[in-house]
Design a protein around this ligand. Structure first.
Ligand code: 5GP
Length: 174
């Protein structure tokens, strides 16, 4: 698949993504069944993960989104800007942040402290993809779909130069 100047190859097919999301959903259901839960998706990248995961969560819960920006091109800038903040009241609620990918973890650290500031009962992170070798943050995700090497990934919500989010499979840079 060609996006702008870069070529990408198939990496994780849709069926495998859906199977992994089912097992993440099962773990979350076991851990949070009787709790007052709010899922907080991180835009833009997590929109597909949030959608597919939440279809498998059958207990009463809230869903909301926040938006931050940190990436330019194919490498992390380290700078994180808040673009849309969380409007829900999360005091005494169990918050699960839903990320598409955790790379260095710097974005997550910023989001984590923004949310933690409002005193939730608990705060955990579920990420579809996780790059443990790049991670340098304070809050590793508790629920992980796929641990991957330090490749650059697109598809299933993730972009290159804002393109490529609208695929059912995940691709990596060739
Ligand atoms: P971090 O702060 O953990 O280094 O980066 C987190 C954000 O950078 C993610 O939410 C995602 O938007 C972006 N990112 C990190 N790795 C990749 C990647 O392999 N592909 C794409 N498309 N975005 C990535």
């Amino acid at each position: 698949m060609q996006i702008e100047d870069k070529e990408f190859e198939l990496y994780i097919p849709s069926a495998e993504i859906q199977k992994t999301i089912s097992s993440v959903a099962e773990r979350i259901k076991n851990d949070y069944q009787d709790k007052d839960v709010i899922f907080v998706g991180v835009l833009n990248g997590a929109f597909m993960f949030v959608s597919d995961l939440l279809k498998q969560i059958d207990f009463k819960c809230e869903v909301s989104f926040i938006k931050v920006a940190s990436y330019e091109g194919t490498s992390s800038t380290g700078k994180v800007h808040e673009l849309i903040g969380l409007v829900n009241d999360i005091k005494d609620k169990h918050v699960i942040i839903l990320e598409d990918i955790v790379d260095t973890g710097l974005t997550l650290d910023k989001i984590y402290s923004m949310i933690d500031h409002d005193k939730p009962s608990s705060l955990e992170v579920a990420s579809l993809l996780y790059k443990p070798n790049a991670f340098n943050g304070k809050h590793p995700p508790k629920y992980v779909g796929f641990e991957i090497p330090n490749d650059f990934i697109v598809g299933y919500g993730l972009d290159y130069m804002e393109y490529g989010r609208n695929t059912v499979d995940i691709y990596k840079l060739k």
